[in-house]
Design a protein around this ligand. Structure first.
Ligand code: ZN
Length: 654
């Protein structure tokens, strides 16, 4: 292991690194008074900028979460690096040669020195290698890659612009090349570029067309790989780098390094579905196009884009356009956005190309102007969701209009912004040719249905009379239940277990009062009682679709999903009254009570894990033979846990 970095070199690195430039790689800044810039904080989720940078002082400070420091601590925090890795990263960027002093004292900062930089270097060399193979006319196998690009309208210059390459079919060409350049087996497997087989190292990507996936600063951190050959042993059309220390799929957007500037300048981001779509969009002049890599568009992606879009409360709303190539999938995504983030939904637009074409096909068939027009003509996501729902009915008949109204009402009811709802009711009433009052009544009814507690009687869908909807267990299921180890019933003398029970009751009975992302963030292990964890497992599986389900369907689905031994418990929890007073007007439990339940369960879990991790870190730090990789991993985990807990408290504490 290399020793400590020479102190003078550290000072030089710090001097050369402009805090303004480095922060701008992650956050869009605007002037805020003399000598100060501000933007949305990268360390906590916010809508009003409280993250301040003072370039002359070389410092940053966030008034929202209290994070602050100099350029080194910024890079360390935002990229989860150790001190030494940060210095190496910045030195590499500015071409500063570092001197190391021997006999490192084993300080924490030196653990895993340079590991991240080595993985980035391996990716850079791999990318160059793949690119050269693609354009090597003497190679027969690479021809399939060149043909694929040409058939989709991409010439050599376009391929080069995006760094597209080809992975040879041989099996270990890359492994040999990288080993020849001094990379170790461990580095290549850790980077996800190679794997170990019975006959030594082999390449992860073989006979595929490759797109380098870059982080926001432009460093390649992974690859996306398209299948080209019928005899490819991996059936997946697209393979991506698996999670590695430098590649987290929920946090990368393909093309963001190229699109960042345009997104900030135009305050518009365009989400397309694949690598070729990003290329086609950029080449057509839609410069703010990005795509997720092998995962659905999620909360982390929203956070990243929000910072670049300067999506701040006091600004005109930014625009985010989703292109979908099919109505069904598109509508699903549209509805999901409603459940996740209302503000986000309100500024989201949907573009569906004619005949289900994707941007790449559209550019081929109708040219770049058609791709630009597709994005410009996008319709608001809400409008899209209602129109696709309404389109299923025949609006020429009175009966069809009523059915359409009933189907559309829950979508309008899902809009939580009370200022926006009346506006939408007017608009949709116009589309359907219905009386505004009639639609308003239906929307209120839908809103009540969505939040009606099933314990209450009456004719609503939450009524007991309809609970026969539960399927009786089949003989085989009964048998499985008997064979399965019985579940110990939770011990309700424990206050944490009581909080768990109430949280499960509340989620089952008042699901619309919970944020889907908040629930998805809670791991099942957060529930200390095994039976509670099993019930929550079922909830987690169904919760993504909760917004589109009626109260009855929601509970039925969860009950069907949970492990058989806890079905009865799930049914009990979905009717047992909560020990809190309900609001006489809305019939809902107070929001503060619900927030306290989420906080109680999730926070207690995080605190337990933080205590465990802290003790591991302490032990490893005092063990001279301690495992350096493990210490680094646990330290990083500890940091993430603390950040998660701080955010949770910030959001849920009144
Ligand atoms: Zn902050």
């Amino acid at each position: 292991m290399a020793g400590r970095i020479n102190a003078e070199d550290v000072a030089t690195v710090k001097e050369r690194s402009s805090i303004e430039d480095i922060v701008r790689e992650h956050v869009t800044l605007r002037p805020a008074g003399i000598g100060t810039l501000k933007g949305l904080c990268p360390f906590h989720d916010e809508k009003t900028p409280s993250f301040n940078v003072r370039p002359a002082m070389g410092t940053y400070h966030c008034f929202g979460c209290g994070e602050g420091g100099d350029v080194i601590s910024f890079v360390q925090q935002v990229e989860h690096l150790t001190f030494a890795e940060t210095i190496e990263r910045l030195a590499g960027k500015f071409g500063i040669e570092l001197r190391y002093e021997d006999g490192g004292s084993g300080r924490r900062d030196e653990v895993g020195t340079g590991r991240r930089q080595r993985l980035l270097d391996a990716h850079r060399v791999a990318e160059e290698f793949y690119r050269e193979v693609l354009v090597d006319m003497t190679r027969g196998d690479a021809r399939a890659g060149r043909d694929f690009l040409r058939d989709r309208g991409f010439d050599g210059a376009s391929a080069a612009q995006f760094g597209v390459g080809f992975a040879p079919r041989g099996g270990d060409d890359l492994a040999r090349h990288l080993r020849g350049r001094g990379f170790t087996e461990d580095e290549l497997t850790l980077a996800g570029l190679c794997a170990r087989g019975s006959r030594g190292l082999y390449d992860k990507f073989r006979g595929r067309l490759l797109w380098p996936i870059r982080d926001i600063t432009g460093s390649t951190v992974g690859f996306g790989a398209r299948r080209l050959f019928d005899d490819d042993r991996m059936p997946a059309k697209y393979l991506n780098t698996a999670e590695t220390p430098i590649y987290k799929k929920s946090q990368v957007l393909y093309g963001l390094d190229l699109a960042k500037k345009a997104i900030a300048a135009d305050r518009e981001a365009v989400i397309v579905e694949g690598y070729t779509d990003v290329m086609a969009a950029h080449l057509s002049g839609v410069k703010g196009a990005v795509a997720t890599c092998g995962t659905a568009f999620g909360v982390d992606h929203i956070k990243i884009l929000r910072r670049i879009l300067r999506d701040e409360a006091d600004q005109a709303p930014a625009r985010v356009v989703f292109t979908f190539d099919g109505d069904a999938a598109g509508q699903k995504a549209a509805m999901k956005a409603f459940g996740e983030d209302q503000r986000w939904a309100a500024q989201s637009f949907v573009a569906v190309a004619p005949e289900g074409m994707d941007p790449c096909e559209l550019r081929m068939a109708r040219g770049p102007e058609a791709v630009k027009a597709l994005v410009e003509d996008a319709q608001p996501m809400f409008e899209f969701a209602v129109r696709t729902t309404v389109a299923r009915f025949d609006l020429d008949t009175a009966e069809g209009r009523i059915q359409a109204m009933r189907a559309a009402a829950p979508i309008i009811a899902a809009i939580r912004d009370n200022a926006l709802r009346p506006e939408y009711i007017r608009t949709v009433a116009g589309w359907l040719g219905l009386d505004i009052d009639q639609l308003r009544t239906e929307v209120s009814r839908a809103a009540r249905r969505a939040s009606a507690p099933p314990a209450e009687g009456g004719g609503g869908p939450g009524a007991r009379g309809e609970r026969t909807a539960y399927p009786e267990p089949t003989a085989a299921e009964e048998e499985a239940a008997l064979a399965a180890p019985s579940v110990t019933m939770p011990d309700l003398r424990d206050p944490i277990v009581r909080a768990e029970r109430q949280l499960l009751q509340a989620i089952l009975q008042y699901r619309t009062q919970f944020d889907v992302t908040t629930l998805e963030a809670i791991p099942s292990e957060a529930f200390t009682a095994a039976a509670h964890a099993a019930v929550f497992d079922g909830i987690r599986t169904v919760v993504g679709r909760a917004q589109s389900l009626s109260s009855v369907a929601w509970i039925t689905e969860v009950t069907e999903t949970v492990a058989l031994p806890v079905r009865a418990l799930t049914q009990e929890l979905s009717v047992a009254p909560l020990p809190t007073k309900l609001d006489p007007e809305t019939g809902l439990p107070p929001q503060r009570y619900l927030d306290a339940l989420v906080l109680g369960v999730h926070d207690a879990h995080l605190s337990r894990r933080i205590a465990d991790a802290t003790s591991v870190v302490r032990r490893l730090q005092h063990d001279p033979t301690g495992d350096a990789d493990r210490l680094r991993a646990v330290t990083a985990e500890l940091h993430t846990l603390e950040l998660t807990r701080a955010r949770l408290r910030e959001v849920l504490t009144p």
